[in-house]
Write a protein that binds this ligand. Structure first.
Ligand SMILES: CC(C)(COP(=O)(O)OP(=O)(O)OC[C@H]1O[C@@H](n2cnc3c(N)ncnc32)[C@H](O)[C@@H]1OP(=O)(O)O)[C@@H](O)C(=O)NCCC(=O)NCCS
Length: 219
């Protein structure tokens, strides 16, 4: 598939460009990035950023493996962050590759006795762009697209236990907490760290659900 642009009054999501490599490199120097992003190379080199925007992302779009967008403001081309949605196993293509998403697994989910095509979502923002709710809006755009195109009918999210910003952003986007367990895929050191997991189905109303750990819900 060719990259698809998604937009709202707040954000524009489009294909990462070669010129984005400098900011990808800069943002990925933040120590929380390798801590929370399973597949991010660490240390993160400039050529990792270049390979990501000019190789991995366009190849994964073209091969229908994983759809990755640059998150930008509605005005101006500056890269703010990245969001991706994997293609469900058995869908147009096979499995997600080594992007910069949350690193969660994708596949089918037989909850309720009905086979679902389940994508997984991953995201990050540069440090200067956090704390404004941008990733809730970016998730809304990507989830609407994934469901409305029929790519998937459920989406899986996960983060390392304690990543409150990710969990709160997922909860605010409407994800239901499904429990804690080992990460769906191996982190770069081969471990599967304890992770919080969530799910969102196409028919869910996106109201932040009850059932999340108290520390995620906050005061
Ligand atoms: C996850 C991420 C995209 C969320 O974006 P964000 O802009 O911080 O999200 P929000 O502004 O909507 O904040 C979400 C909530 O987390 C809280 N939060 C943010 N950083 C926090 C921190 N370090 N500790 C505790 N809470 C935090 C915010 O106060 C907000 O709480 P609220 O919903 O009660 O207002 C961003 O923090 C990030 O890029 N983190 C590093 C990479 C990462 O962890 N990606 C996800 C991997 S699974």
């Amino acid at each position: 598939m060719r990259p698809v642009e998604l937009s709202s009054p707040l954000l524009c999501l489009d294909a990462p460009r070669p010129a984005d490599a400098a900011l990808v490199f800069e943002y990925c120097q933040d120590p929380v990035m390798p801590r929370y992003l399973a597949r991010l190379p660490s240390p993160y080199r400039f050529e990792d950023a270049t390979d990501f925007v000019t190789g991995y992302v366009p190849d994964a779009w073209a091969g229908d493996l994983e759809y990755t967008w640059a998150v930008r403001g509605a005005v101006g081309p500056e890269l703010l962050g990245v969001i991706s949605l994997s293609v469900p196993v058995g869908s147009a293509a096979s499995v997600a590759g080594p992007g910069v998403g949350s690193g969660s697994a994708s596949g089918s989910d037989s909850q309720s006795g009905t086979a679902r095509r389940t994508s997984s979502i991953g995201f990050w923002l540069g440090g200067a762009h956090r704390g404004r709710g941008l990733m809730v809006e970016a998730q809304r755009l990507v989830l609407d697209w994934g469901f409305s195109t029929g790519l998937c009918d459920a989406v899986h999210w996960e983060c390392v236990v304690g990543n409150l910003a990710s969990a709160r952003a997922a909860r605010k986007a409407g994800f239901r907490f499904t429990g804690q367990g080992p990460a769906g895929i191996a982190y770069r050191n081969g471990t599967h760290p304890p992770s919080w997991k969530g799910a969102l189905h196409a028919t869910d109303d996106r109201t932040p659900p009850a059932g999340w750990p108290a520390e995620v819900v906050g005061a």
